[in-house]
Design a protein around this ligand. Structure first.
Ligand code: SDX
Length: 435
């Protein structure tokens, strides 16, 4: 059932073959496209809707994030991403997404203190890592270890207990950087670093990644500020593929650790969060400005599966507002660090050429959040294999906030899409002697 006040209109659907009609409610949200409530369509017409990829399907009511793809707008609980990136902090945005309002000073301090004191992981988890090969991709490790958290923290897996839901949410937000850093250190053959409660979320993550026993590490404020901004820009993004994966997993009643592990698995794909790693590999493959045209032509070629990573988006048909902030931050970080990375110049040249290309103009393909993030992360010292891991650290906040919103929705039911069946109709089994 849906709140009656959302119904603002009705639409009539008529079957031209039989002349039968059905009236479907039209629901309006606070902003954005209305939706047609088709839930009684099958009982009224015996027909399903059909929308592979869910490009025009609203899967839920949500109050977390609003995207206007035509105008390049991204709001978290109504606040523009540009303002949050400039004025807020990642943990404050996490509080906002989880609770709906920006925290007061007291609420902020309590939340930061709670997250800070959940950053350590069970000591036996470090032995869990030892089962992986050293050359395992950090996303493979993160996916496995996150799913294993439910074996260590089963005192916060009862999704019907709001206190356990809150504890599990805070554990996931607090421990994801620790697990990500452990995956990185394991791939290097270096010892794990423990979190330090005296540091901010971003500073702590950087020290867990880059400190070594032989040498103290103090994060350059330029890097920790840039890291916090990158985390904000990746925190949540409406019902994207990995968030929808978390919601679908959660709709069965699976515990939050398993749901977040499912989200990590989905994010890994190069069409989604894996794109930031693919952008750097693509820029390295292009190598020189003189070859940009060759790759833009490959991307235009319908017979060539190559796509320009970091470009295009299912929703944004204008600039991804996060890409704009990321590009400015990229210039700022590299200038402050005195790094002259030819890949940045190559990326800017590629962006300029692509935005002039009639194919990209026609298809409305603009740089997305992944186009510039890899260049900053590379400047910070991260290998490309860690880029999607960092995306997962940030998106854990969005995933768990969306999961919480779903679990607290009294109308929530298990997700179960249908299909248009095109296989063989019923037929009898033929013994092998008769085939
Ligand atoms: C993220 O959903 C989210 O919100 C995701 C995300 C988040 O925060 O969660 O924003 C994060 O995943 C960003 C996207 C990162 N992926 C990449 O950069 C990979 C490269 N991009 C493409 O794979 C693609 O653009 C997608 C997957 C992002 C979107 O794919 P769609 O939905 O098929 O794109 P579309 O329908 O808008 O495509 C329109 C046309 C198609 O051609 P036609 O079938 O109409 O002939 O443009 C073509 C596409 O083939 N196209 C591209 C292209 N992206 C789309 N052609 C060349 N290069 C590209 N990058």
């Amino acid at each position: 059932m849906v709140q009656k006040e959302l119904v603002t209109n009705n639409m009539t659907l008529t079957d031209n073959a039989s002349g039968a009609s059905v009236e479907l409610p039209v629901l309006s949200g606070s902003v954005g496209p209305d939706v047609i409530d088709v839930r009684k369509l099958y009982s009224s017409t015996g027909k399903f809707t059909f929308d592979p990829g869910y490009g025009v399907t609203g899967s839920c009511l949500s109050a977390l994030t609003y995207i206007d793809g035509e105008e390049g707008i991204l709001l978290h609980r109504g606040y523009p991403i540009e303002q949050l990136a400039e004025k807020s902090s990642f943990l404050e945005v996490a509080y906002l997404l989880l609770n709906g309002e920006l925290p007061t000073g007291h609420e902020h301090n309590e939340f930061v203190d709670a997250i800070t004191h959940h950053t350590m992981v069970h000591e036996q988890l470090s032995t869990f890592f030892r089962g992986f090969r050293r050359d395992a991709h950090p996303m493979a490790i993160l996916c496995g270890v996150t799913g294993a958290l439910s074996a260590f923290y089963h005192d916060s897996t009862d999704i019907n207990d709001p206190v356990q839901r809150m504890i599990a949410s805070r554990r996931l937000i607090a421990k994801m950087p620790t697990l990500a850093a452990m995956a990185y250190k394991y791939s290097l053959g270096q010892p794990f670093n423990y979190p330090k409660n005296s540091l901010s979320y971003a500073e702590n993550f950087l020290q867990m990644c880059f400190a070594v026993p032989a040498d103290d590490y103090v994060a350059d404020p330029i890097l920790s500020d840039a890291m916090d901004k990158i985390l904000i820009l990746h925190a949540d993004h409406e019902q994207n593929a990995s968030t929808s994966t978390v919601r679908l997993a959660g709709s069965s009643g699976a515990n939050p650790f398993a749901c977040i592990a499912a989200g990590i698995a989905c994010l890994w794909g190069p069409a989604h969060g894996g794109a930031n790693e693919a952008v750097l590999e693509m820029l390295n493959e292009i190598g020189d400005k003189s070859r940009i045209g060759e790759y833009v032509n490959k991307a235009r070629d319908k017979d060539d599966p190559f796509r320009l990573f970091g470009f295009g988006h299912r929703v944004y048909k204008n600039f991804d507002p996060r890409a704009k902030v990321m590009r400015e931050s990229c210039h700022e970080v590299l200038n402050k660090l005195g790094i002259n990375d030819p890949l940045l110049e190559l990326a800017m040249e590629l962006e300029e050429l692509a935005l002039r290309d009639d194919y990209f103009i026609e298809k409305k393909l603009y740089p997305n959040v992944d186009f510039y993030s890899g260049i900053i992360l590379k400047a910070m010292g991260f290998p490309t294999s860690m880029f999607t891991v960092l995306f997962a650290v940030a998106r854990t906040v969005g995933w768990i906030s969306q999961w919480k919103e779903m679990i607290e929705d009294p109308a929530q039911r298990i997700g179960r899409p249908r299909q248009l069946y095109t296989g063989p109709v019923a037929r009898d089994y033929t013994p092998i002697s008769g085939r």
